[in-house]
Design a protein around this ligand. Structure first.
Ligand SMILES: [Zn+2]
Ligand SMILES: [Zn+2]
Length: 166
């Protein structure tokens, strides 16, 4: 593959993963897969969550993508690299920046602050119904998200915590 083709494949894989993550989070993790995701939405003192099984599952799938790519398709190998990059970006933002599982830094301004706010608002709903901000890297304006939470609460779609300010 040429260098531009490689770069394009990796970038598309990273962007595609944000779309896939949004979809999987909304329709699998908050759908039939809620059993594994639930403890991520409930307070606890454990180091690990059942929700981490999703990371293990996706990691295993990516391992096989690398393997199949290595044997049969260079493009698939580079796509697997893009997926891995997304996984790293995701874990730094979600597990690190937002949930402070391995570092503590509270951004005071800018896009990093918006990322934290947007995901905290994802955690503003109780249970699997409704909710906002299922993606991780592209964060909407928190004011918009609060308005949407307010709409969901009034429509009886979701149970929203009062701390959300919605
Ligand atoms: Zn969730
Ligand atoms: Zn979270």
């Amino acid at each position: 593959m040429t260098v531009p083709a490689i770069i394009l494949t990796v970038v598309l894989a990273v962007l595609g993963m944000e779309a896939f993550a949004w979809w999987a989070h909304k329709y699998i993790m908050h759908g039939w897969g809620w059993g594994w995701h639930r403890d991520h939405h409930e307070p606890h003192d454990n180091v690990f969550e059942k929700n981490d099984l999703y990371a293990v599952t996706f990691g295993t799938i990516v391992f096989f993508l690398f393997l199949i790519g290595y044997l049969y398709s260079e493009a698939l190998w580079w796509a697997a690299l893009g997926i891995t990059l997304y996984g790293l970006i995701y874990t730094v933002i979600h597990d690190g920046l937002v949930h402070q599982r391995y570092f503590r830094w509270v951004p005071k301004r800018g896009y990093a602050k918006r990322l934290v706010q947007a995901h905290k608002l994802h955690h503003a709903t109780v249970g699997k119904e409704g909710g906002v901000s299922f993606g991780f890297v592209f964060a909407a304006d928190p004011a918009q998200l609060k308005a949407e939470l307010k709409r969901q609460r009034e429509a009886g779609i979701a149970l929203v915590r009062d701390s959300a300010g919605a």
